[in-house]
Design a protein around this ligand. Structure first.
Ligand SMILES: [Zn+2]
Length: 249
């Protein structure tokens, strides 16, 4: 009897540990996303459009504008039909569930998930927009890139800018179509590692960056002058290659 209890308890603990593992690296949309329909606009519409652009439903990244108009509605209805959902053209919770399965970008709440780990070395709160917005987007592919850098240099990676709301992105004077608005970009520094070394490592050794976005920062007025190169770099996991050494992106 004692043995049975011990065994049962042992497997219970094992199952509980398993559940904990899955919930700790919560690949779930913890954020209660709004019901969206034609006429809506804002950061959740941007997330919707960024996801639709990955779904082969006739909506491209070039059409992402944060406004839920006719094109978004047509693409959404196509998506819903493809998932055997009623083609209502309205993003309800069932539609959000299907959409979130099509993207590496997940939505989180700062209040609820701020201290939740999203990968071995990063917490949700580290990606929060500095305007204090509760809504946060984080790409799992981006997390892979950051863990890669963490492990290569064996030092903490500090995120100076992760997710940005459209409003905050504009206040910073960053390019309007910044990848930070999709949760796919981070501006990072690693203590004791130069911007040049970080850039060169990411440029050549991280597949998501080889085919994605990478930017160097220089002090204003000193573009491309190695004496004024910042230790911060920008990495993003967009689907096309991009390189630059000027401006905030
Ligand atoms: Zn950036």
């Amino acid at each position: 009897m004692k043995e049975l209890v011990r065994k049962t308890f042992g497997s219970l603990v094992f199952i509980m540990a398993l559940c904990l593992t899955f919930s700790v690296f919560g690949n779930v949309n913890a954020y209660a996303l709004d019901t969206l329909r034609k006429g809506n606009s804002g950061d959740q519409v941007l997330y919707l459009q960024h996801t639709l652009a990955k779904c082969n439903v006739g909506f491209t990244e070039a059409e992402i504008d944060g406004s839920f108009g006719g094109k978004t509605e047509v693409a959404l209805k196509r998506f819903q039909m493809g998932c055997k959902l009623p083609p209502s053209g309205v993003v309800d919770s069932d539609t959000w569930t299907q959409l979130s399965g099509k993207t590496d970008v997940k939505a989180y709440s700062l209040a609820r998930d701020g201290n939740t780990r999203v990968s071995a070395n990063f917490k949700v709160g580290e990606f929060a927009c500095s305007d204090g917005s509760d809504f946060i987007l984080i790409s799992n592919n981006l997390l892979g890139v950051l863990e890669n850098i963490r492990s290569r240099f064996s030092r903490p990676v500090k995120i100076n800018s992760g997710y940005r709301t459209t409003a905050h992105n504009a206040r910073l004077g960053a390019v309007p179509n910044s990848q930070h608005r999709y949760g796919t970009a981070a501006d990072i520094v690693v203590d004791g590692v130069s911007g040049k070394d970080l850039y060169e490592y990411a440029d050549k050794n991280i597949p998501e960056i080889v085919r994605g976005g990478l930017g160097a920062y220089y002090q204003p007025g000193h573009k491309d002058d190695p004496n004024f190169r910042s230790n911060m770099i920008h990495v993003d996991v967009r689907s096309t290659r991009a390189r630059w050494t000027d401006g905030i992106r």
